[in-house]
Design a protein around this ligand. Structure first.
Ligand code: PEP
Ligand code: MG
Length: 580
């Protein structure tokens, strides 16, 4: 039974659809001089056929999802005009006298080297797009049908090496029962998207694409991170029962929607939600979210050809601010880089993208882009309550620089007579160890902190958050993490500012219990976890969580901490979550 990382809760039972990128068996052979032109013609016809397919998908996506989402296919169409792909392949057919399939495959293989040697900005997402397109043309050359995620005829479980943002945006969500991927960890882009879309998912399965066959039936258990290939009748029956239980459990949780997130002894905390776009706010508010604790704005910049304009950004932030009012929306400024890239904005290839030119570092250098976003946020502030939050802060200087730019933006808006909110609070994400250690200094500079535990754990424990090979080292209860959080909260409270937690730790019942005891004031969680987390908060006393936290702070290894949690907390958590 393949075991991976439980990325999004729920159970799916259904037929496998493999989003296969490396599936074609390509024969390489030399062609005769006299058939070269015919081979080129065959290649050109496959390109034309691919264009027709893409036009068709683009039209459908525009109609069913939206104009913005259809942009990505416009970009794909442009790739089909690109001499780096088309011209180079024709050259290979002509000069090397290779058949069209092998010429195209070799061109695709040479792509990363070409990007690197030309010093052109090598962009992961764009390269994925090129691979995508290449596979489509290959399929047409081989006269093989390609999978179109935007036009599925039956319900499927999607199995893939990984999912690019272009895959998730175009997929016909009502036909996708679940997804399983070879790579990724709980906090990778794919896992976060799965939870946003409320689709059960298991990631980091290593070779699931090799272990299942298209059309075969699997059970995907997003709660436990398990996959059952060709399950027995008995297993299907058992999981159908679990599926039913899961759904009725969800319905029971819905009774908590309007109740306050308050402990049994009366400590009330804020319980907000993490979103990646305006389309997610309605469901979150219906489930009783008290505003947005993390608006990941970078998704607004993805799957398109140009940067979003000030008006467009303002509109997106305004919708969320108006809907969430009187509650607050914390808008995080652009957090590009790491595992999030754009096809239209060249971020140079880096050996360590998570530690490279990303987030606030990029914004402080690309001031024009930063200013447009700040203007849009401040203007949206006239329609509701917004706060600004900077990602990846590593020292006081970055806050100072950002403050200078924000003041300039305010002066410009005033001069123009544009209406905006002048008293927008500003916070820092604490997700870099240096920031956690100087939390006392940073607390004097901002109005609030929010713990980005996904990155804080990654950087403090030196464990790549998207690499499933080291996922076992990703230990939220490592003494380092607990001590850092304890220090951050104490420093913040000493300065009279509040501390939120918006990393995935805040969406986990066990960790929430501990974070409560560490005196976190606000929890911003994945939409799928909102009600479950409220149930935990309402099922404990603050006093007992403080005792738990102080016991944990005395332990010297994550192993002991996990054992403590297992012995002292698991049963309690199960009881709270099961209780009505
Ligand atoms: C984090 O790092 O914990 C966080 C919330 O930000 P992201 O997952 O978007 O990096
Ligand atoms: Mg982060």
């Amino acid at each position: 039974m393949p075991k991976g990382i439980a990325a999004s809760p729920g159970i799916a039972i259904g037929k496998v659809y493999i989003l296969e990128k490396e599936n074609f068996c390509i024969l390489e052979y030399e062609i005769k001089e006299e058939v070269i032109e015919a081979e080129i013609k065959r290649f050109r016809e496959a390109v034309e056929e691919s264009k027709r397919e893409l036009e068709e998908i683009k039209k459908r996506v525009k109609k069913t999802i939206g104009e913005k989402e259809a942009y990505i296919f416009q970009a794909h169409l442009l790739i089909l005009e690109d001499p780096l792909l088309i011209g180079a392949t024709i050259d290979r057919i002509r000069k090397q006298r290779l058949n069209a399939e092998a010429s195209l495959r070799n061109t695709l293989k040479a792509f990363p080297a070409k990007f690197a040697s030309a010093q052109a900005g090598f962009i992961q997402e764009r390269f994925r797009d090129v691979e995508d397109i290449g596979e489509r043309v290959l399929a047409n050359l081989l006269k093989r049908p390609t999978l179109s995620l935007s036009h599925l005829e039956e319900e499927i479980i999607l199995v893939a090496y990984d999912l690019a943002p272009s895959d998730t945006v175009a997929m016909q969500k009502d036909k996708i029962l679940g997804f399983a991927t070879n790579i990724g960890g709980r906090t990778s882009h794919t896992a976060i998207m799965a939870r946003s879309l409320k689709i059960p998912a298991v990631v980091g399965l290593r070779d699931i694409t090799q272990k299942v066959k298209p059309g075969s039936v699997i059970i995907l258990d997003g709660n436990e991170g398990k996959i059952f290939v060709n399950p027995t009748f008995k297993q299907i029956e058992r999981y159908k029962r679990s599926q039913k239980e899961f759904l009725s459990y969800q319905r029971k949780l819905e009774t908590l929607r309007s109740l306050p997130p308050q402990t049994l002894d009366g400590r009330e905390v804020e319980l907000a939600v993490n979103i990646a776009g305006p389309e997610e706010i309605d469901v979150a508010l219906r489930d009783g979210a008290e505003g947005v604790g993390l608006y990941r704005t970078e998704y607004l910049y993805m799957n398109r050809e140009t940067l979003p304009s000030e008006a467009e950004q303002m509109q997106a932030y305004k919708i969320v601010a108006e809907k969430a009012a009187p509650n607050t929306v914390i808008i995080r400024t652009l957090d590009l880089g790491g595992d999030k890239f754009l096809s239209h904005f060249p971020v140079p290839s880096e050996i360590n993208p998570f530690m490279g030119w990303r987030a606030i570092r990029l914004c402080l250098e690309k001031v024009d882009i930063f200013k447009v976003q700040l203007r849009a946020i401040l203007r949206a502030g006239s329609f509701g309550k917004v706060k600004i939050m900077y990602p990846m802060i590593s020292g006081v200087e970055e806050i100072e620089k950002a403050r200078t730019i924000l003041s300039e933006v305010k002066r410009e808006l005033k001069r123009e007579g544009t209406s905006f909110s002048d008293d927008v609070e500003v916070g820092a994400m604490i997700e870099v160890p240096s920031a956690a250690i100087i939390a006392d200094l940073l607390a004097k500079e901002v109005d609030f902190f929010s713990l980005g535990t996904n990155d804080l754990i990654q950087y403090s424990l030196a464990v790549d958050r998207v690499n499933e090979k080291v996922a076992y080292l990703y230990q939220p209860l490592h003494p380092t993490i607990l001590r850092l959080i304890d220090n951050i909260v104490k420093c913040a409270h000493r300065e009279g500012i509040w501390v939120g937690a918006c990393g995935e730790m805040a969406s986990d019942p066990l960790f929430v219990l501990i974070l409560l005891g560490l005196e976190i004031d606000e929890f911003s969680v994945a939409p799928t976890s909102l009600l479950e987390i409220k149930k935990i908060i309402r099922g404990v006393t603050w006093e007992e969580t403080q005792k738990v936290a102080s016991e944990l702070l005395k332990l010297s290894t994550s192993y002991e901490a996990r054992r403590f949690a297992q012995r002292k907390l698991s049963r309690k958590i199960k009881r709270i979550l099961k209780g009505s």
